[in-house]
Design a protein around this ligand. Structure first.
Ligand SMILES: [Zn+2]
Length: 140
């Protein structure tokens, strides 16, 4: 009896982990939060003029990527927080690696990673916003 309940518990845990992995994988690839198949964005993050443009609906299940007007305005706070985190981490690493170098070294080692990460930062802010604050239904 004990083995059976342990087996059920472990299979539920395994199932939950599998579901969580699928969700993280879909988030990583900017896929629809409902079907985890359709692309959220029109182009890749490397398309400098359109990297932040969302598809209106999921091409696989029709889920509306714009739940309400101005839904993604809050995502700018995520973008800001991640930008500050990158700034602080690279500043600290520069300080440690170069033993407190001149100011221009900080400019180079902080601003380049911050600018280069901006497309992904903006996109993942929208992804997080939709996955955690969009109305995607129970158990998704
Ligand atoms: Zn979908």
């Amino acid at each position: 009896m004990k083995d059976l309940s342990q087996e059920i518990r472990s299979s539920n845990t395994h199932e939950a982990l599998g579901k969580e992995n699928k969700k993280l994988n879909a988030m990583l690839h900017c896929k629809c939060p409902v079907c985890k198949e359709g692309d959220m964005f029109k182009t890749s993050a490397l398309n400098m003029s359109k990297f932040n443009e969302l598809n209106k609906n999921c091409k696989e299940c029709g889920f509306d990527f714009m739940p309400e007007p101005g839904f993604y305005q809050i995502s700018m706070f995520f973008t800001y927080m991640v930008g500050v985190a990158i700034f602080v981490v690279f500043g600290f690493l520069t300080y440690l690696a170069f033993n407190d170098p001149p100011l221009w070294v900080y400019y180079v080692t902080i601003f380049i990673p911050t600018i280069l990460s901006t497309p992904w930062n903006l996109r993942y802010s929208k992804v997080v916003m939709l996955y955690y604050f969009g109305d995607i239904g129970e158990g998704q």
